[in-house]
Write a protein that binds this ligand. Structure first.
Ligand SMILES: Cc1ncc(COP(=O)(O)O)c(C=O)c1O
Length: 357
């Protein structure tokens, strides 16, 4: 119940599209077909009301690669990029991988409203003359937070005021569990901000295609896109014929499947939250899981030096929260994109791991 992929097979239209492509039998270098690009453009417009120009798309062989390329495109060596913690570890690491500096701005838990919030004063205070960018995870892994339009507007104003680039990782945007919420792509907020924005998307999480890697950066500004393409030139290229075909079928043919998936994940989330509350009172889910299939569990009360190591001894593998920027021993991340039976079994094992203490 750790790495962020699902136990579910991909939707039948994707499997069928891949089968047909395999039967073609020729697997040389590939480029996306016009129909593949059309499926991305149509999905963004229909699902998120974001009208993009196809020329803004840069294909990527994975989103972690996209994050690392974005760090190199936004800042020079020695310059700084901000991110919010707790955070997906590759967001924290991408700047330093390329000799840029990664600067952390912790999110704060508003326990009155049960919500993780941006500390706007801390964000302003983190800016130095060398700051060039902000990496946003939207929706945010691991806390499952959907950033609202008013928050995004403030983030946009902050970036414009400080002349920062915004890299918005939106890979979880089609997994919003709260029916009252919608995803607002950062790149469509305001044309001035769009000129400073790199948006990362992929069918990988929603349709369980992470092993194929095929992903996209959407970069409206020609100069920024040029820098991004130069930064990946000769280092990362997508030529995977199967990945393109899977991406096209995912975005064009799988909307009923996606809706059903979101319903199943929502009911797993509700079950997890209820059970954690009634049966695992020493584990706290501190805020609503609005999106993703990941739960950020506060296990501080267990007073374990390494909770993930303890849980795995009892047969349940969770992520240790420390690489996400959490204090040692305080948090673990649980993936609930599995059958209800597996989730129940995992929670039973967590329960016995706790009773053994
Ligand atoms: C927000 C986010 N970005 C990127 C990734 C990884 O993407 P990829 O496997 O395409 O490198 C993940 C995986 O969990 C993720 O949650």
């Amino acid at each position: 119940m750790w790495i962020a992929d699902m136990d579910f097979p991909s939707p039948p239209p994707i499997i069928e599209a891949i089968r047909q492509r395999v039967e073609h039998g020729i697997f040389g270098y590939a480029q996306p077909l016009a129909s593949t690009i059309e499926s991305v453009v149509a999905m963004l417009e229909e699902r998120h009301q974001w009208k993009i120009d196809p020329s803004w798309i840069v294909w990527l062989p994975g989103l972690v690669i996209g994050l690392n390329v974005a760090a190199r495109a936004c800042a020079e060596p020695g310059e700084e990029i901000l991110h919010f913690t707790p955070s997906l570890p590759p967001i924290i690491d991408a700047p330093t991988n390329g000799d840029r500096i990664s600067r952390t701005v912790p999110l704060v838990l508003d326990s009155k409203n049960n919500s993780w919030e941006i500390d706007w004063a801390a964000l302003e205070a983190a800016v130095t003359p060398s700051t060039r960018g902000l990496f946003l995870c939207h929706p945010h892994n691991p806390i499952g937070r959907v950033w609202r339009r008013d928050e995004l507007n403030l983030i946009g104003e902050f970036c414009l005021r400080n002349k920062l680039y915004l890299c918005s990782d939106e890979v979880h945007c089609d997994l919003i569990l709260d029916p009252a919420l919608t995803h607002c792509p950062a790149g469509m907020l305001d044309s001035r901000l769009a000129n400073r924005t790199i948006t990362l998307i992929s069918p990988s999480k929603t349709y369980n295609l992470a092993g194929l890697g095929t992903s996209l950066a959407i970069i409206p500004n020609d100069a920024l896109r040029g820098r991004f393409v130069r930064a990946m030139s000769g280092v990362a290229a997508v030529t995977d014929p199967i990945g393109y075909v899977a991406c096209e079928a995912a975005y064009r043919d799988c909307e009923p499947w996606r809706k059903e998936l979101v319903g199943y994940l929502r009911s797993n989330r509700d079950y997890l939250v209820k059970l954690a509350h009634t049966e695992l009172p020493m584990i706290k889910i501190e805020a609503p899981i609005e999106a993703t299939y990941l739960a950020w569990l506060n296990v501080r009360e267990l007073r374990l030096r390494n909770p993930a190591a303890h849980f795995i001894k009892h047969g349940v593998a969770l992520n240790d929260g420390t690489p996400f920027g959490a204090p040692k021993g305080e948090y673990v991340r649980l993936n609930f994109a599995c059958s209800r039976a597996t989730l129940t079994e995992g929670l039973n094992r967590l329960k016995s791991a706790i009773s053994s203490l």
